[in-house]
Design a protein around this ligand. Structure first.
Ligand code: KIV
Ligand code: ZN
Length: 515
């Protein structure tokens, strides 16, 4: 049996479907490119039939990504599969992933069908998908709770119909590691054509066992793991990519398997996904949590000073966390910035040095010392800027103290500019009222958070907000040294997303009217 475990990333599908606010096409593309750099074999980019936005982003990703195979999800019906093929066919090679439930509870209660109807639908869907590509994956949804005889029958027929990857999901995160490993062993022992397909697993984390179950499956012969960055996904999430990747690296001798993952890209990819998805990573999260490599107890610190392997089974550098922290000032030249970015894992082609350097100088003037986290935050800011933005916050003046605050702003909307003022019960309230007075959008701010993104007390402030407009949620962020300004930029970010959504809705209405 091949010792390579294929890594199938579903951050942009299972992960994205669990977010409060969906990602823009630009953000999805950024994540897909980071996942490609991470060395993932298959990227599940979305569920094309679910919305025009999803269709479009799957298409853009399929056009852009070259080193990973791009895949789309489809229910076992022709319309879904055709939408997948239409979105993906811009790529030379692509995968269609089709699925249907196989457990009694899903077949009877959710689908209100018989197992044999479901089996016929699966066979038809797989044969139909094979008309568009040779690479077809089939998933038995809720396989973890499917009677083993039915599961074996479905897997055998799916392979006969042309599926070359068979995915066994523990959809509700119900099984225990030896039980889930046992299901995989049973499939290998009982399905006569099992050698014609790769066996994949897709475990959810409802009981905190997604990673343990995936590893038990690998030990039983599975050779594809479906997972997400930081373990994001439906409910308690999916199997975490960084954890399985580091388990297979750190315990390679014991497990005898390997992956294609570039482990040094892990920290950076985790940070990007956390920021864009507005999903903070818990401090004690394995591999990528803020405390994953910090040692608090005196005994441990003493051990670490003598030999780091006393308390570290892997180094922070092995997952891309830089060791040296060189503090930069306005006297640092471009070559120092370039060198520092290189040690943080960024090639010069990843960013525009001149732009980064001028933003760096502006920040160094404001805060004196600039740290690695600040540099990464500046780059993040540059990557988020979109030349097509309609709204720009040109001037901002906020005064607070006493019982109320006042804010005056100058907002550029396309070629118009408008000055508005408002009072509020605090500086952010006043600012948001002033911005609301300048735009013709009836929105509500439904979530608001401030966090520290740089190092030390003069680090950068990041505002993350969720705005609801016409029943849809939009996530926006602003990152700067002033938290009030960051709050304003976060709102402007969401208003630009709403403006784009309005433009798309108008185009659709005009098309519908002319038909
Ligand atoms: O959890 C699940 O079963 C899924 C399938 C669509 C693979 O996400
Ligand atoms: Zn899932």
């Amino acid at each position: 049996m091949d010792n390579k475990v294929i890594i199938f990333d579903t951050t942009l599908r299972d992960g994205e479907q669990a977010l409060t606010a969906s990602l823009s096409v630009h953000e999805k593309l950024q994540i897909a490119q980071a996942i490609e750099r991470l060395g993932v074999d298959i990227i599940e980019a979305g569920f094309p039939v679910s919305s025009p936005g999803d269709f479009d982003s799957v298409k853009q990703i399929a056009k852009t990504v070259k080193n990973s195979i791009v895949c789309g999800l489809a229910r076992a019906v022709e319309g879904d599969i055709k939408a997948c093929a239409d979105a993906l066919s811009v790529a030379d090679q692509f995968r269609i992933h089709t699925f249907i439930s196989t457990s009694d509870v899903h077949v009877q209660q959710k689908l209100r069908k018989d197992f044999s109807d479901v089996e016929a639908m699966a066979i038809h869907a797989i044969k139909y998908a094979r008309q568009f590509t040779d690479d077809v994956e089939f998933s038995c949804e809720d396989a973890g709770r499917t009677p083993i005889d039915n599961l074996c029958r479905m897997v055998e027929n799916a392979i006969k119909a042309g599926a070359n990857t068979i995915n066994i999901p523990d959809t509700v995160g119900y099984t225990l590691p030896n039980e889930f490993g046992g299901i995989i062993t049973n499939l290998f022992n009982r399905v006569p054509n099992i050698d014609k397909a790769i066996i994949s697993v897709h475990c959810h984390n409802d009981l905190g066992l997604a990673v343990a179950n995936s590893m038990a499956a690998v030990q039983a012969g599975a050779r594809q793991i479906e997972c997400t960055i930081n373990g994001i996904g439906e409910r308690a999430g999916n199997c975490s990519l960084e954890e399985v990747a580091m388990i297979m690296k750190t315990r390679q001798e014991f497990l005898g398997v390997h992956t294609n993952i570039n482990h040094q890209e892990i920290a950076r990819t985790s940070k990007l996904v956390s920021q864009l998805c507005n999903m903070p990573v818990q401090l004690n999260k394995a591999i990528v949590g803020g405390n994953a490599f910090s040692h608090s107890s005196g005994i441990h610190q003493d051990g670490m000073l003598k030999a780091s392997n006393t308390y570290e089974i892997m180094t922070p550098e092995s997952v891309g966390i830089a060791k040296t922290k060189l503090n930069l000032t306005s006297r640092s030249g471009r070559h120092v910035i370039k060198h520092r970015m290189e040690s943080l894992g960024y090639k010069e082609s990843d960013y525009e040095l001149e732009k980064l350097y001028s933003d760096f100088l502006a920040l160094a003037d404001k805060k004196g010392q600039v740290f690695d986290d600040d540099l990464e935050a500046l780059l993040f800011n540059i990557q988020q800027k979109d030349d097509q933005d309609y709204y720009h916050l040109n001037t901002l003046n906020v005064q607070s103290g006493g019982d109320f605050a006042t804010a005056s702003i100058k907002l550029l909307s396309g070629e118009y500019s408008q000055v508005t003022s408002a009072t509020g019960n605090g500086p952010v309230d006043a600012l948001y009222r002033a911005i609301k007075a300048a735009v013709d959008i009836d929105f509500e701010v439904t979530d608001y958070k401030i966090s520290n993104k740089g190092s030390g007390e003069d680090g950068l402030g990041k505002a993350d907000i969720v705005v609801t407009w016409q029943g849809r949620n939009f996530h926006g962020y602003g990152l700067t040294t002033d938290v009030i300004e960051a709050s304003g930029l976060a709102l402007i970010h969401t208003l630009n997303s709403i403006h784009r959504a309005q433009a798309i809705a108008e185009i659709k209405e005009a098309r519908a009217a002319s038909n």
